[in-house]
Structure formats: structure tokens, C-alpha cells
Design a protein around this ligand. Structure first.
Ligand code: PRP
Ligand code: MN
Ligand code: MG
Length: 182
């Protein structure tokens, strides 16, 4: 284990549980998009780990693109103000597009992203997220592929950060209060 043990309160989802879930989601995605030319879009930076592992679990060829948006400042709460930091390189008009996220918290980032991408007229647009916090939802979003519904706690690891740290943990865990309490 990495030397971050004292910062963590508990492990919420192990690497083994993540791998098993991504294999399950990948099998469903393979079935649902059989014969199609799927473009998966990772939302930087949080979705890097999910994209890398999900893409390798898929049994069919896909193309990958990335968008960077930011809705969180230095804090732990979503502001709902979304900025595009990096746009897609791909013209998605007429394409089958699957947005890949690490987490849906308030849902504000994704709801903004969905309407932005929808206006570019893709053939289809769906979402795959590793984590979702039902109790934190501020908007109702139809998500085709959900890994785990989790409690409304601040989680880090497997792409998820607190002030840019902990993204490289191989599992999802909660932070000890002293880390954000000071
Ligand atoms: C986090 C997370 C999601 C979004 C979810 O990204 O990766 O993209 O917030 O929050 P919401 O549902 O409340 O909008 P963040 O803006 O922190 O950027 P990052 O991926 O670079 O960490
Ligand atoms: Mn993100
Ligand atoms: Mg973040």
C-alpha cells in the first residue's frame, strides 16, 4: 500500500471490487454497442483511471477522446459553474458517444456537459460513471451505466482528488477528518 494510510479513514471500494464492476459494465457496453463505432469520452482529470481500465475491459474497438471541465474550485463543493478547459478533438455529430465519469455528485457538471454535447447532434449520448451519490443529487440525470451508489461522504482515490491529491490510490476511500479539518 502507498504511504497515505494515515490520511484515510476507510477503504470504501477495493481495487478488486472496481475491477469486477468494470468487467460487468464493459460486458453490457459491448452488448449494447455491438456493430457500432463507439466513441468514449473521458472527463479529465477524475475519469482517467476509469477510462483506462474500462477501455481495456471492453471486447470491441473504441475510439477515445477527452474533455476537461472544472466545476470545483479549491473547495469540496460543486459550484455548478462549469468551464471547458479542454474541448473534444472529435466532431461528434452523428457519432455514438459514451461519456465516462468517475463520480456524479450534485450532477451539475454532467447535466451541463450533456446539454453541451447534445447540441452537437451525436447519434446517441449516454453516460457511464463508476460512482454516484444519490443523496447529493441536485438534478435528475438518466445514467445508463452506474458502478456503485455510495453514501454522501467525501471520497478520494482511483482518479478522485482532494486538492489534487490522492488520485493515484488504486481504491476508493474516505479521508480522515484531520486532513480537511486542519
Ligand atoms: C469532479 C468529478 C466529477 C464532478 C462531479 O470533477 O470528477 O467530474 O466533480 O461533481 P458534480 O456532480 O457535483 O458536478 P472536478 O470538477 O473536481 O475536476 P477533476 O475531475 O479534475 O477532479
Ligand atoms: Mn471530474
Ligand atoms: Mg476534483
Amino acid at each position: 500500500e502507498k504511504d497515505m494510510g494515515t490520511d484515510l479513514e476507510k477503504v470504501l471500494i477495493t481495487k478488486e471490487e472496481i475491477d469486477a464492476k468494470l468487467a460487468e459494465l464493459a460486458a453490457r457496453i459491448d452488448r449494447d454497442y455491438a456493430g457500432k463505432d463507439l466513441l468514449i469520452v473521458g472527463v479529465l482529470k477524475g475519469a482517467v483511471m476509469v477510462m483506462a481500465d474500462l477501455a481495456r475491459a471492453l471486447g470491441s474497438h473504441v475510439t477515445m477522446d477527452w474533455m476537461a471541465v472544472s466545476s470545483y474550485g479549491a473547495g469540496t463543493k460543486s459550484s455548478g459553474v462549469v468551464r471547458i478547459l479542454k474541448d473534444l478533438d472529435t466532431d461528434i455529430a452523428g457519432r455514438d458517444v459514451l461519456i465516462v465519469e468517475d463520480i456524479i455528485d450534485s450532477g451539475l457538471t454532467l447535466s451541463w456537459l450533456l446539454s453541451n454535447l447534445r447540441s452537437r447532434r451525436p447519434a446517441s449520448l449516454n453516460v457511464c460513471t463508476l460512482l454516484r451519490k444519490p443523496e447529493a443529487a441536485k438534478v435528475d440525470i438518466d445514467v445508463a451505466y452506474v458502478g456503485f451508489d455510495i453514501p454522501n461522504e467525501f471520497v478520494v482515490g482511483y482518479g478522485l482528488d482532494f486538492a489534487e491529491k490522492y488520485r493515484n490510490l488504486p481504491f476508493v476511500g474516505t479521508l480522515a477528518p484531520h486532513v480537511y479539518g486542519g
